[in-house]
Design a protein. Structure first.
Length: 363
């Protein structure tokens, strides 16, 4: 059994307490990276007072006491920071586990910072999940991005983690320089072969004060358009979900820094990018259902789980608008039913029998 193994239902009620460990331990500066922007207002070095304040504020906010609670050390290179600093942070997290307030710890790191000695330390402090920043499985893309490792390093890291019963996560990026759609889908296939427990996907955004900003200014890099990035991430989410791999995030975590003038130079950044991706998936599935019904129907009645209605309707009702364009003569009714499973769309035309379709990975 994997460390910290728990059901899908429990995963849905999970509380993650993020602690961002700034740049420490990373000897590389990836072409796209500006952690001051993507991390937000975090201190360069975490002290005990700051750590306790962050953890306690999340615990006070967590009203659902049955939820699984994890402290997450993000930043992408946790196992590469000074071992004394690393162990100090883990020991602080351990104190909350011993007190019964937190169940486990997760960390994010580089694939070349995983070895048996590191895993022994993580195991000692109840780390159950390790997320690896793979970004791509195309070596020429990794080299140009300045990652400092190849695809083989990611394969070795994930396999070693799995052999030692850690839950694993992979981070992928779409729209990297020197990459293309074939390369991105190749990376998805390699990810499916490795079978991590979870995946995060986000598109490349051009931030100021990065090497990528200089490439963009010179005309050497063109980021994905928003709609194309959404489409690719939607396809990736469906592909991974169909393989039984949970996609736990699409799009960058939004920070206040991103709202400042001149910070984002180009690229498909959207505050609700993940919602756009889900809306695209719901719309594609809805079109498949409508194609099986009479286009001359006077009414279409949709039944959904209450929690799915927002994604079905789309950002600012964009999906409903698009459905009305497909069927301009029809009245569109959207209803909820408590017995309807998450991710399931049912539709009937003019009071007839319902057709149903399910979207994988919605729970």
């Amino acid at each position: 059994m994997q460390k910290g193994n728990y059901s899908t239902a429990e995963a849905g009620s999970q509380l993650i307490i993020p602690i961002f460990v700034m740049h420490s331990g990373c000897p590389h500066r990836c072409i796209f990276c500006n952690q001051k922007i993507t991390a937000g207002n975090y201190p360069r070095e975490i002290n005990r007072e700051y750590f306790d304040n962050e953890v306690k504020s999340y615990l006070q906010w967590n009203r659902k006491k049955s939820a699984r609670v994890e402290i997450a050390f993000y930043g992408g290179s946790f196992t590469g920071i000074d071992p004394r600093y690393q162990e100090m942070l883990l020991s602080w997290a351990q104190s909350y586990i011993q007190a019964g307030f937190v169940h486990a710890v997760r960390v994010s790191t580089r694939p070349d910072y995983i070895n048996p000695a590191i895993l022994a330390l993580l195991d000692k402090y109840n780390v159950t999940t390790v997320e690896i920043g793979a970004q791509s499985f195309v070596d020429k893309v990794l080299h140009y991005a300045g990652r400092g490792h190849d695809a083989a390093a990611t394969v070795a890291a994930i396999r070693l983690l799995q052999e030692n019963n850690f839950q694993t996560g992979l981070h992928l990026m779409v729209g990297l320089p020197r990459d293309d759609e074939a390369g991105f889908f190749y990376s998805l296939e390699k990810t499916i072969e490795l079978r991590p427990d979870t995946v995060r996907i986000h598109p490349v955004v051009v931030f100021r004060q990065t090497a990528l900003a200089r490439e963009w200014e010179r005309g050497n890099y063109r980021p994905l358009e928003l709609l194309r990035a959404v489409s690719l991430c939607a396809a990736a989410r469906e592909k991974l979900s169909a393989a039984g791999i949970r996609v736990i995030r699409t799009g960058l975590h939004w920070t206040k820094e991103m709202e400042k003038d001149g910070v984002v130079l180009a690229g498909p950044l959207h505050q609700a990018f993940g919602s756009l991706v889900l809306a695209a998936i719901y719309y594609d599935k809805t079109k498949e259902l409508l194609n099986q019904l009479s286009p001359a129907a006077a009414e279409f009645c949709f039944i959904l789980n209450e929690r799915d209605v927002s994604d079905f309707r789309g950002w600012r009702n964009s999906n409903i608008t698009a459905i009305k364009k497909l069927c301009p003569q029809a009245v569109i009714n959207v209803r909820t039913a408590p017995e309807q499973k998450r991710g399931v769309i049912s539709v009937a035309a003019d009071g007839g029998n319902f057709l149903t379709a399910a979207i994988a990975g919605i729970n």
